[in-house]
Design a protein around this ligand. Structure first.
Ligand code: MOS
Length: 733
């Protein structure tokens, strides 16, 4: 049986559903104290006076730490700063306030309740300064962030067009601030021992956290131990170390006891990032036949006043379609808000929305089918870098998704289709996300009783890393799944990259494969030297390992592979594996693509909108696990529906406070909002991306969905909404 690609159940499922999985907030240590954050209540200014005496006298309180008494950190706490992975943090080194809900104090007490009660009694008096909160006004002062993730913020290419443009669409599309709401909030337990610190922290990147915390405290990385076996959702907000992690470590060092700090849900709206607000200016033009002549995409996104973070929304515009004239730019607009950050498909979710809507408007202006228009502009190679694609199956996705959806039955005229007394609309948009990988290491070990333990310092955000790596190790070694255990989430393990950018499988799986295959070679070498083994003196190529047993390919006696270990010293043996991108990474353009169709039903009296169906097909290389992979894509589509219809962080324009900082007023889809979602992958072989031919799938699922829904809503109603979220009031114009 081939385990790779099979729909294997999550190996961590039983631990999670029985509550045995220990998340960071579940960690209990002897003598552990509890911390609560005090957050600023102004958007800009200084702390004139902080009343802490009452809080310090309250029962159980061990420490009230503020800028008045916090330990002085090397480089003012900025030694870990290397944006965007190392952030500009608020570590109580001065009295400045840059945004509402910025941490200004930490209260530590014997119990959580005592800490929370005392934190509520810390009173801050401020010297307020005018706050920049008006995005529309501040846009005039927007500036370039320089490079974004190593790529130029601006691009331009110019070429001759076959014919003059017959139609042009020039419009502005906006997306609001959107906050991450993983089920598990940020949580840190910090414990010092001698000069070293152990952090049980919910994070997407244990290695990055180890380095960042070491820099902040002036330690060697091996004095920082980060442990994170489970993450209850990350989506980008746990991709960087935020202030509370270092604050928990500072407090633990001051009181000489372990400290636990768990963020409350409202504290998730400010100090730990959000997807920035965008205003995207699109100008798209095409000939009468539908050949693109020009695409211009200028992105403005908000950032904080302490750090530049740009939403790379126009990156996908550079490569999605053949077009001789393409220019893109990214500008940031500083406001007195917390620094924004990566959120699932950063740039690509917001960018495919704006471009996908503008192209729909262009197709309508030209009177051509939006899919046919895109097919005409399918690029044979990456039109920006002129590199060949490592693989690109977008046209196959168009065909497969359109057939499954029934697109041929669409009548193109707006308001021309009905479902009972509701208006029916069908819309399309393209999905895409880069296929990235980074260097990773792994180790595989077998004990004489035949148990294989494979490990790598990666993370499982709930995505299936435990399961997929177990499958790959078992398949490579010829072992049953049940005899292979995969370990992750400990910075003492061989290092792996951040679980972000949809890169975990492409990065870590080849390292796991290399370690497992190295161990297999060692086991075979041992067995053929072992007189009692059924494969004694056989050529390595004639030896098979299957179901944990070793024997000859030609048949005959087989025995558990551990038997040779027992007879030869009885020690465990292990092998290390490492993998990184080769020269092909510089030769090929590597991206995933997909086609997304959405159906909406709109009540013409109420404007209420439902999404009965989404059909999407993706070219993502080889899927490693049919079950967890489908779940990833499904989850992405659900998020895309939320982004289209619900998600919006509302900031009070006078005081800069998020007014819907809770799950009652910050809306995300529930089961009742989701109907049929049909996602699948097309057959795609990518020989260049990695040894398994697997591209990432964590983020592409959200892309394209908002535009497909907005385009469907136009088809249903004839009303073009350009500002997300598409709430019912916007359809009642
Ligand atoms: Mo993802 S937003 O790169 O964690």
């Amino acid at each position: 049986m081939n385990l790779i690609g099979a729909g294997i159940d999550r190996v961590d499922g039983p631990a999670k559903v029985t509550g045995r999985a220990t998340y960071s907030g579940d960690v209990q240590l002897p003598r552990m104290a509890h911390a609560a954050l005090v957050l600023a209540t102004i958007a800009n200014g200084r702390i004139a006076r902080l009343e802490t005496a009452q809080a310090a006298r309250m029962p159980g309180v061990l420490l009230v730490m503020s800028h008045a008494n916090a330990p002085v950190l090397p480089a003012g706490g900025r030694a870990g700063v290397d944006p965007p992975s190392g952030r500009v943090l608020s570590l109580l080194q001065d009295d400045h306030v840059h945004y509402d809900r910025e941490p200004i104090a930490v209260v530590v007490a014997e119990t959580l309740e005592q800490a929370a009660a005392a934190a509520a009694c810390v009173a801050a008096h401020y010297a307020q300064a005018p706050a920049l909160l008006d995005f529309g006004a501040a846009i005039a002062q927007a500036h370039s962030p320089g490079k974004i993730n190593g790529e130029a913020a601006d691009s331009a290419r110019q070429g001759a067009t076959a014919a003059p443009a017959a139609q042009r669409v020039t419009e502005v599309y906006t997306t609001p601030i959107e906050n991450h709401n993983p089920m598990e909030p940020h949580a840190t337990v910090a414990a010092w021992s001698g000069g070293s610190v152990t952090l049980y922290d919910t994070t997407q990147g244990i290695s990055g956290e180890q380095k960042t915390i070491a820099k902040i405290f002036g330690l060697d990385p091996d004095q920082v131990h980060v442990i994170c076996p489970y993450v209850g959702g990350g989506f980008g907000c746990k991709g960087s170390v935020w202030s509370h992690v270092a604050l928990a470590a500072m407090a633990a060092r001051v009181i000489g006891r372990p400290v636990k700090l768990v963020l409350e849900r409202p504290q998730m709206f400010g100090p730990v990032g959000a997807r920035p607000r965008t205003e995207q200016h699109l100008s798209v033009a095409a000939t009468a036949a539908g050949d693109f002549t020009e695409i211009r995409h200028d992105v403005f996104s908000h950032t904080s006043r302490i750090e530049d973070f740009a939403e790379p929304a126009a990156m996908q515009t550079r490569l999605l379609y053949a077009c001789p004239n393409v220019s893109t730019s990214h500008r940031v607009v500083p406001l007195n808000l917390g620094t924004p950050t990566f959120q699932r498909a950063p740039g690509h979710s917001t960018g495919t929305y704006a471009l996908g809507c503008a192209l729909d408007e262009l197709a309508i202006a030209l009177g051509v089918d939006p899919i046919e228009m895109r097919r005409r502009n399918e690029p044979a190679q990456d039109p920006e870098t002129l590199q060949p694609w490592s693989s690109r199956s977008l046209t196959e996705c168009y065909t497969a998704a359109a057939a499954a959806f029934g697109w041929a039955r669409r009548s193109p005229q707006p308001r021309s289709m009905r479902a009972g007394n509701r208006l029916l609309g069908w819309g399309y948009a393209t999905a895409t996300y880069p296929a990235k990988r980074s260097a990773a290491k792994a180790r595989a070990l077998i004990t004489p009783d035949g148990l294989v333990v494979v490990s790598s310092g990666t993370q499982d955000l709930g995505t299936g890393t435990y399961t997929v790596m177990t499958q790959i190790a078992a398949q490579t070694l010829g072992f049953p799944l049940a005899r292979v255990r995969f370990e992750l989430g400990d910075s003492a393990l061989p290092p792996a990259p951040v679980s972000g950018g949809s890169q975990s499988v492409a990065s870590v799986a080849p390292a796991v494969q290399a370690a497992a295959s190295g161990l297999r070679d060692k086991l075979v070498a041992l067995a053929v030297r072992d007189e009692a083994s059924p494969v004694f003196r056989a050529a390595a190529a004639d030896v098979v390992l299957e179901d944990g047993n070793v024997g000859l390919r030609t048949g005959g006696r087989r025995e558990p592979i551990g038997a040779s270990l027992v007879r030869n010293g009885g020690e465990s043996i292990s092998a290390d594996g490492a993998a990184e991108a080769g020269p092909e990474a510089r030769k090929y353009s590597m991206h995933s693509f997909g086609a997304v169709f959405a159906e909406v039903e709109v009540d013409p009296q109420l404007g209420s909108l439902r999404v009965p169906r989404v059909v999407a097909r993706y070219g993502i290389g080889k899927l490693m696990n049919a079950k967890t992979g489908r779940s990833q894509l499904l989850g992405g589509v659900v998020w895309g529906i939320g982004m289209a219809l619900m998600e919006e962080t509302r900031v009070d324009p006078h005081v800069g406070r998020v007014v819907n900082a809770n799950l009652a007023e910050y809306h995300v889809p529930t089961h009742a909002d989701i109907c049929s979602i049909d996602v699948d992958v097309v057959h795609e072989e990518d020989p260049y991306i990695d040894s398994l031919g697997a591209k990432g799938i964590g983020e592409i699922g959200i892309t394209g969905v908002p535009a497909a829904i907005v385009n469907a809503a136009y088809h249903a109603t004839g009303i073009r909404v350009r500002d997300l979220p598409l709430t019912l009031d916007k359809l009642l114009g």
